[in-house]
Design a binder for this molecule. Structure first.
Ligand SMILES: [Zn+2]
Length: 326
């Protein structure tokens, strides 16, 4: 991987690349941005680019240094991860001791601290002294998704590198990387736009059930006439009684309509319910673009009504009937 391949985070990537190219390496960086934005991945790439023996300011991925870093075995890279939800002063002191030895393999030493906002106050103060008088050749990379929880004095010592919120595609591919099926991962990512929330959704079995129910209702609406109301009562309303769950259901339905629209426009590559291309295409054959647009408007109106405490059952019945009328 090269700097140019960080398509989702172009600005931080090109900033870091340039600081290496022009020999303007800072002694401390703070990567700030939401979880799932790819901070850890970029920190590792940055470390490789510092040590790579083949590429000037980038990483070849194949030289000894690049490989050792990838495997987590490079002696001049130190990683501090949170244990028991805190980074203690002992963690910071151990690190400082390691960094006081001469670099084992090269002129630099790099340490990467994940979730740096979880440093205890003593740990942060100890690190601060270290940041104020950094040993020669040491580069700190601190990561955080809660920049407001770090001491201002620490911020003032770091070059802050801001990461943009991850796109739904980025969130989805990270969910897939931890073993979540593509269709579920993509829909959850599109609905929440937040890695943690999307991950939590996918972990609950009921999210998958809710989605299956939505798919069934959509088929009943277009294809099985009055059966849609039966599905609504016997399947959905019997199980889901809270407005929050119904709201999630409606978000899934909206996403489904959007996917049908994408099928109609021949843009299947962009659909979120990626494991449902066949039923989506089948439904796309039966529905006009105008009807889909009206349908999305009806779903949005229903969401709005429920947000204003309208009767759950009546609102949903009304929605189904209006969707069927088109
Ligand atoms: Zn290399």
């Amino acid at each position: 991987m090269m700097w140019s391949e960080f398509a989702e985070q172009k600005r931080p990537a090109s900033f870091l690349h340039q600081s290496l190219q022009y020999n303007r390496l800072s002694h401390a960086y703070l990567f700030a941005g939401p979880k799932g934005a790819g901070k850890k991945k970029m920190a590792l790439h940055f470390a490789k680019a510092i040590f790579c023996v083949r590429q000037d300011g980038d990483s070849c991925g194949t030289c000894k240094n690049c490989r050792l870093i990838e495997e987590g075995n490079h002696l001049d890279i130190h990683r501090i991860a949170v244990e028991k939800n805190v980074i203690s002063i002992e963690d910071v002191q151990t690190l400082q001791k390691k960094l006081s030895y001469r670099a084992a393999e090269s002129s630099h030493k790099v340490y990467i601290m994940e979730e740096s906002e979880k440093m205890s106050r003593e740990a942060a103060n100890s690190l601060l002294k270290f940041l104020e008088e950094p040993p020669q050749g040491v580069v700190a990379i601190l990561l955080t998704n809660q920049i407001h929880n770090l001491l201002p004095t620490i911020l003032s010592r770091c070059q802050i590198v801001q990461f943009a919120a991850p796109s739904p595609e980025q969130i989805a591919s990270q969910l897939e990387a931890v073993g979540i099926k593509a269709g579920l991962a993509r829909t959850a990512a599109a609905i929440t736009n937040d890695f943690e929330q999307a991950h939590a959704l996918c972990e609950t079995e009921s999210f998958a059930q809710l989605r299956s129910l939505m798919i069934q209702l959509s088929e009943d609406i277009w294809e099985r006439g009055t059966y849609a109301l039966v599905t609504l009562h016997d399947k959905l309303l019997k199980q889901e009684k809270t407005v929050e769950r119904i709201d999630l259901f409606l978000d899934l339905l909206l996403l489904w309509f959007r996917d049908i629209l994408l099928c109609l426009l021949g843009q299947e590559s962009q659909i979120m319910n990626i494991d449902q291309v066949e039923p989506l295409q089948k439904q796309a054959l039966r529905i006009s673009q105008r009807r889909l647009a009206t349908g999305m408007k009806i779903i949005l109106e229903t969401k709005n009504r429920l947000a204003h405490y309208a009767n759950l059952q009546l609102s949903l019945e009304d929605m189904v009937l209006r969707l069927q009328e088109g």
